[in-house]
Write a protein of this length. Structure first.
Length: 359
């Protein structure tokens, strides 16, 4: 006799034979679901666009700083209105003296002051971008007055600091001859922006030509890191001068004397701006005639400390210009590339990011 089927057992078998519905895996809260098309969700797309945009911005700024901004900042002013003052003690000078038999007297042990004031030249026909400066120099003997004065006109490229001779360069040493004599400058009057540890051809007014200023080392002056340069001109003839014969023990009213000149000048230069922070100068000017040498000017001088506002400008240049010239570009380009990499990672599908994280 066949037993009746157990209803519980029959029901269990029926359920075991029926197909089971797939169960969706739980969604991890730290991974948003991907779209059916494989596109990341809207929030990640926006983040990717923001990263790409920021990266492009940093790259563009990094490229523009040295190519566009720096050339417009590193420019010499058209009207500097700056003064460099040097003082010397125990100097020797040839002082005009109408009461002396020779018309002049050699003074020894005196104090002297040399002032160089740089300003924009006026009344100059300048159609280009060059700067045209007047450099007014006065040599004074303490307690007596002015010994010498001259005005030198210089045309200069405001970006390279090299002489251009565009606009009537000349030297005036006598008020009676305001046109003076023409000069053709060469080399540099001042040091250029981004001064390097190398030699430069610096203009010497007494020689009327450029002379080599050699790099001699680094130093620190008035709170600034500076480069040191030295320019040396050994004693040499630089021209002739008609002077009273009595100065040279001659009975002739006037004699043609050889003008001799020697100079050793040391510069302290802030290298980013090329600004002169300090000068030390040893200068000798002599006249030789009839076998006799007369000293016209001999002194050892040091520049006085620059004004605080000028030193502050040099400090700002020392801090800012290296970044505009290249440092900031390196940082910005690297940050831009990092943002591009981050944008690529954000755009990757979640399963690839999980796999990368697991590895």
């Amino acid at each position: 006799m066949t037993a009746a089927p157990d209803p519980v057992t029959s029901e269990r078998h029926a359920h075991s034979d029926a197909p089971t519905a797939p169960v969706a895996p739980p969604v991890r809260p730290d991974h948003a679901p991907e779209h059916a098309s494989g596109e990341p969700p809207r929030s990640r797309r926006l983040l990717r666009l923001a990263l790409i945009g920021a990266g492009i911005f940093l790259l563009v700024v990094g490229i523009l700083l040295p190519l566009y901004v720096y050339p417009r900042v590193a420019v010499l002013p058209a009207d500097p209105q700056t003064e460099q003052v040097l003082k010397g003690t125990n100097a020797t000078v040839l002082w005009p003296d109408p009461d002396a038999p020779a018309g002049a007297t050699v003074l020894t042990g005196v104090n002297v002051t040399v002032r160089n004031f740089v300003s924009e030249a006026t009344g100059v026909d300048n159609d280009g971008d060059d700067n045209v400066w007047d450099i007014a120099t006065r040599i004074e003997v303490d307690g007596r007055g002015m010994l010498q004065a001259r005005v030198e006109r210089l045309s200069i490229d405001p970006r390279t600091a090299e002489a251009t001779n565009c606009c009537g360069d000349r030297l005036v040493t006598d008020e009676a001859e305001p046109d003076g004599k023409e000069l053709r400058h060469e080399g540099y009057y001042t040091f250029p922006f981004d001064t390097q540890k190398t030699s430069y051809q610096i203009w010497d007014t007494s020689l009327e030509r450029a002379n080599t200023a050699e790099y001699i080392g680094e130093s620190r002056k008035d709170g600034l890191d500076v480069y040191m340069f030295r320019r040396t001109a050994p004693l040499q003839k630089v021209g002739t001068m008609e002077l009273p014969g009595g100065l040279f023990d001659s009975t002739a009213p006037n004699v043609d004397a050889d003008a001799m000149y020697a100079n050793t000048r040391t510069y302290w230069i802030e290298p980013n701006s090329g600004d002169v922070i300090g000068i030390r100068e040893e200068i000798t000017q002599q006249y030789i005639a009839n076998g006799k040498t007369v000293t016209a000017f001999e002194a050892k001088m040091d520049s006085v400390r620059n004004a605080d506002d000028r030193l502050e400008q040099a400090r700002q240049a020392q801090s800012l210009l290296p970044w505009l010239r290249g440092r900031a570009s390196i940082v910005l380009v690297l940050l831009g590339l990092v943002l591009f990499v981050a944008a690529v990672l954000v755009a990757r599908p979640a399963r690839l990011r999980r796999r990368t994280s697991a590895h």
